[in-house]
Design a protein around this ligand. Structure first.
Ligand code: NOJ
Length: 546
């Protein structure tokens, strides 16, 4: 049996992602808060997760859901105080649940103390050099320095009063930092120390691949950018970004136990090991299941490739089906019309906009359950996004005037954006807020909850053996009991079936095909759906102890 030490808990952890503004509201202002997390630690304990990763809870004007940070070493007043953070951490730690916080190093918000200082100090100043300012093109410099697009749509450059332009790969309220500067590097080391000293166990690093840039003129145009890969791109995944993480790693390893970190880096699979190596952040998100179609060949390729890559990096693989940036996977698996890529960050092209794209919820839910049991049986660490355990679908029908995501506004509604997976959680079946806020709340939940949320509440599902919540609870409990090491072998199976065996004789079989197949011999300990005449029907996963 593999012996885990205190230092490498993250290698096999199930990490639950909390999007704090939408988890639980303790004070009735319609916004989830840190005390809400503390008050629901029992849910996380019953679920059986090893760690919680909190999306940003720092002061922010919410131009991008909190990923626009005003102050990296404080708590947003509407979410609580540093004392609340400590109380929450203590409550989680009391149950052996680790705490991972989100660090956003590529950009600050435009309200961070450095940005107004940069505007005030003017051209050529040190203050301005902390960001990426350039002169514009055209006779009066009225055109942006390049035709680059922001990730949320629209130009990646915004002009300031004195005529210079600054780079923002995301919203204009998120100016990119200049990581060539020592003071920028020092500032983040101070922030990491601040949270590590408070007892935080790890860090999720936002767009870890973008920090270091080479903006030597002439800059390539948008079309040329797409052809530049593997370290040649002016801002994506440059080799020198690893120097930043080597320094962070030294800091992380100066703690006992060392602090873990996980890179959010949308890079090609063969570049992922750089971020996951023990000299770098140590772990990286693998989003390949999230972008894979529901098909046995695609899943097998993703699993094989990522286990190889993990071995190469010295890390373990991570597995992700949903997060706060993408369409919830029961909806994704239920989309019946050809909708371009199965999932892109934040949207499926035209989802919610093109009425011909419909969702078969029964199909989506069945596949989501089967996918979950297959994912949770894989060697490595699984990331579970809040509400996933309830089987929530994407909320597609949020009125335009109540939407918050800059993607929606910057594309004129062509991309619905990510609000649909960020709707406040249902805890009870009772409107008006399904237990998200106290009964005497002074404001409604900050994003509107649909009426059907009541049927997906924690309260309702906890009392139903067939619910998604019951499935997740059983799966996480059994995963602990059945895991005996990181090995995995493939059993021969028909073309529509995947059958893997973990060390110690834990068989996992998923039937992607239409025809029922036989259950592997042994004791059936969990199924994602009912067996039919003793066989595994379509879109179903079964766990068997040999
Ligand atoms: C990735 C985060 O997951 C996403 O929510 C955010 O909008 C961008 N990075 C920019 O910080």
């Amino acid at each position: 049996m593999a012996q885990e030490t205190a230092a490498d808990w993250w290698r096999t952890a199930v990490v639950y992602q909390v999007y704090p503004r939408s988890f639980a509201d303790s004070d009735g202002n319609g916004i989830g808060d840190l005390e809400g997390v503390r008050a629901h630690v029992d849910h996380l304990v019953a679920l059986g997760v090893d760690a919680v990763w909190l999306s940003p809870f720092y002061p922010s004007a919410l131009a991008d859901g909190g990923y626009d940070i005003d102050d990296y070493r404080d708590v947003a007043p509407e979410l609580g105080t540093l004392a609340d953070f400590d109380a929450m951490t203590e409550a989680l730690h009391a149950h052996g649940i680790k705490v991972v916080v989100d660090i956003v190093p590529n950009h600050t918000s435009d309200r961070h103390r450095w940005f107004p200082a940069a505007l005030a100090a003017g051209r050529g100043s040190d203050e301005r050099d902390r960001y990426v300012f350039r002169e514009g093109k055209g006779p009066d410099g009225t055109e942006p320095p390049t035709d680059w697009e922001s990730d949320f749509g629209g130009s990646a450059w915004t002009r300031v009063e004195d005529g210079q332009w600054y780079l923002h790969l995301f919203a204009p309220e998120q100016p990119d930092l200049n990581w060539d500067r020592r003071d920028v590097r020092e500032e983040f080391l101070t922030t990491l120390r601040f949270w590590a000293d408070r007892g935080v166990d790890g860090f999720r690093v936002d767009v870890a691949n973008l920090l270091v840039k080479d903006l030597t003129e002439p800059l390539p145009d948008r079309a040329a950018l797409r052809t530049l890969t593997d370290g040649n791109h002016p801002y994506e995944d440059r080799d020198a970004v690893q120097e930043v993480y080597a320094e962070w790693r030294t800091l992380f390893d100066s703690y006992d136990p060392p602090r873990m970190a996980v890179a959010e880096a949308w890079v090609p699979a063969h570049r992922r090991a750089r971020y996951a190596s023990p000299q770098s952040l140590g772990q990286a998100f693998n989003f390949d299941l999230l972008t894979a179609p529901w098909a046995p060949g695609a899943w097998r390729d993703v699993i094989t490739e990522n286990l190889d890559l993990a071995a190469e990096s010295g890390s373990t693989s991570t597995w992700v089906l949903s997060n706060h940036d993408v369409i919830r996977h029961p909806t994704r698996y239920g989309i019946t019309a050809a909708a371009g890529q199965p999932n892109e960050i934040g949207y499926i092209p035209a989802f919610g906009v093109d009425p011909s794209i419909t969702v078969d919820e029964e199909l989506g839910a069945r596949r989501a359950r089967a996918a979950t049991l297959l994912m949770l049986a894989l060697p490595g660490s699984a990331y579970v996004y809040q509400g996933e355990e309830l089987g929530l679908f994407e909320v597609a029908d949020i009125p335009a005037e109540q939407r918050q995501d800059p993607t929606f506004f910057r594309t004129g509604g062509q991309r619905l954006g990510r609000d649909g997976c960020r709707v406040p959680l249902p805890w009870t079946s009772e409107p008006p807020s399904f237990g998200f806020s106290p009964a005497d709340a002074s404001a409604p939940p900050h994003l509107p909850q649909p009426a059907w949320f009541g049927g997906f509440s924690v309260e309702r599902e906890a009392g139903d053996d067939a619910s998604s919540l019951s499935l997740y609870r059983a799966a996480l409990r059994l995963r602990r009991a059945l895991t005996q090491g990181e090995g995995l072998i493939w059993e021969a199976s028909g073309p529509e079936v995947l059958h893997v065996v973990r060390v110690g004789g834990w068989h996992v079989l998923t039937n992607f095909g239409d025809e029922p197949v036989d259950v592997p011999s042994g004791e059936v300990v969990l199924t994602s759906g009912p067996l039919v005449d003793g066989q595994v029907p379509t879109d179903t996963t079964v766990w068997v102890r040999a």
